[in-house]
Design a protein around this ligand. Structure first.
Ligand code: AMP
Length: 251
């Protein structure tokens, strides 16, 4: 069985986000970019399944500008067998990504797909659900545990929901999106970084895949969150209660 994993290049989680002066988006020039953390978890899970002998190949897919190849190389250094880069200089929204990914699934015919539960740049949390909808495959979102039964072709997935755990059983092929506690992704070792240089990355454009990437919505404005006012130190519990009651009207 082949597993496909979608990995997105995003602004590194440790970078302080700056909004562009014209408020059209966030600054990505001269900013450290990395693999989306939830995608690292998705890739790690696929690798563990392959290493357990339950899958034969892990294919990592990234869509976006030429630099996505760096993200793919990181994925290949973690252990993915090959990569697919769909190059687009136009921004891709979740429906665009889902349509492209669906087209690749038709070409590659994987038995299982992993995506991150959300990308930390746009926080959309839509792509995996859209992929499952377009393919009409079963889906389990926010997975915190995945167990595969190769014989029965079933994936058992635990998801963290309000107040507990939900367990789902999915017939394969299926779509799984990964949550934070699923696993701890590995670091790429130096020998694996070297090996990754010779692994294959196939290139497509959305046009070659016959996917129309027009958007039916537009981002009107991106603004920074309002600055928090400085706090005050109160001298007693009575003063705190008074302020909460009469200034903040919180109690
Ligand atoms: P989102 O719906 O944008 O929050 O993204 C959810 C997941 O979809 C990400 O964690 C990735 O696995 C996948 N994804 C979204 N955009 C891309 C992209 N441009 N390239 C590869 N994977 C993507």
């Amino acid at each position: 069985m082949k597993i496909m994993v979608a990995i997105k290049r995003v602004v590194d989680y440790a970078v302080k986000i700056r909004v562009k002066p014209d408020k059209t988006g966030v600054e990505t020039n001269n900013v450290k970019m990395s693999m989306n953390p939830f995608c690292e978890i998705a890739l790690e899970e696929a690798l563990r399944i392959r290493e357990a002998g339950l899958a034969s190949e892990v294919v990592a897919v990234s869509m976006g500008p030429a630099q996505c190849v760096d993200t793919l190389r990181t994925g290949l250094a973690m252990g993915a067998d090959r990569g697919i880069h769909v190059e687009s200089t136009t921004g891709l929204n979740p429906l665009n990504v889902a349509k492209i990914f669906t087209r690749l699934v038709e070409l590659e015919k994987p038995g299982l797909i992993f995506l991150g539960k959300q990308a930390i740049d746009d926080d959309c949390n839509q792509t995996g659900q859209m992929v499952a909808g377009l393919l009409r495959w079963p889906q389990a979102t926010f997975a915190s545990k995945v167990v595969l039964d190769k014989e029965k072709q079933v994936a058992t997935v635990e998801r963290e929901v309000d107040g507990g755990l939900e367990t789902l059983s999915l017939d394969l092929p299926a779509v799984i999106t990964t949550d934070l506690r699923l696993n701890q992704p590995r670091y790429a070792t130096l020998p694996n970084i070297m090996k990754a240089k010779s692994k294959v990355i196939k290139k497509y454009t959305p046009q070659e895949l016959n996917v129309d990437i027009r958007s039916d919505f537009e981002v009107v404005q991106v603004t920074e969150p309002a600055k928090r006012k400085a706090g005050v130190i109160v001298s007693s519990v009575d003063e705190l209660i008074d302020k909460l009651k009469n200034e903040a009207h919180a109690i």
